[in-house]
Design a protein around this ligand. Structure first.
Ligand SMILES: Nc1ncnc2c1ncn2[C@@H]1O[C@H](COP(=O)(O)OP(=O)(O)OP(=O)(O)O)[C@@H](O)[C@H]1O
Ligand SMILES: O=C(O)C1=C[C@@H](O)[C@@H](O)[C@H](O)C1
Ligand SMILES: [Mg+2]
Length: 173
């Protein structure tokens, strides 16, 4: 099986994906890290030198490559992956795959993101907490229609990582 974790920036996809893979004895891949390795460039540098549209094309290309070639994999996507091209359909139609939306509230996301803006090019330039709150509220509203199509939704607010992973395992098997 391929377990595909989706959700907004800082919803915990990379953190929880790594723990879940260990527990299942699956390979773990993070699509952002995979792109950085393949392109030999940090995502913020790809955004800067070639623009977001180029990054979105790379994201679609590598998503398909991984879904077509891997098994026994936990794959954590980028925050925007399900929301561009036809990626959410690709995810839902992938063979032997289960998609999970890690749903976190706006206050939870803000608390995490205000300290971790620099490597996330979409929010790195937002200077105040008020502007960040406004941006995330609107952005999450636009994106949640894609995220909500996932096979399973798990809310993560105020839950410790180990409990969320337990819940994930119960949903998967
Ligand atoms: N359940 C949790 N409780 C508390 N903190 C958490 C939890 N899950 C993740 N975090 C913390 O939130 C931050 C963001 O998590 P992570 O990097 O895994 O998010 P992500 O969904 O992969 O984000 P991105 O889409 O930007 O790659 C990290 O500092 C992580 O330690
Ligand atoms: O939410 C987004 O659009 C992004 C999230 C990150 O995971 C990276 O994929 C990139 O910074 C874009
Ligand atoms: Mg991540």
């Amino acid at each position: 099986m391929i377990v595909i974790l989706i959700g907004y920036m800082a919803s915990g996809k990379s953190t929880l994906g790594r723990i879940l893979a260990k527990k299942l004895n699956y390979e773990f891949l993070d699509l952002d890290d995979f792109i950085e390795k393949k392109e030999n460039s940090a995502i913020k540098d790809i955004f800067k030198s070639k623009g977001e549209i180029h990054f979105r094309k790379l994201e679609t290309h590598y998503l398909k490559e991984l879904l077509d070639s891997k098994n026994n994999l936990v794959l954590s996507l980028g925050g925007g992956t399900p929301c561009y091209s036809n990626n959410m359909n690709t995810i839902l139609n992938a063979k032997n795959a289960k998609s999970i939306y890690l749903k976190a509230s706006i206050p939870t996301l803000i608390a995490r993101l205000k300290n971790e803006k620099s490597k996330r090019p979409l929010i790195a330039h937002i200077e105040t907490d008020d502007l960040l709150t406004e941006f995330i509220g609107k952005h999450l509203f636009e994106r949640s229609q894609f995220y909500s199509l996932a096979n399973v939704t798990i809310t993560t607010n105020n839950k410790v990582e180990s409990d969320i992973v337990e819940e994930l395992v119960l949903e998967l098997f």
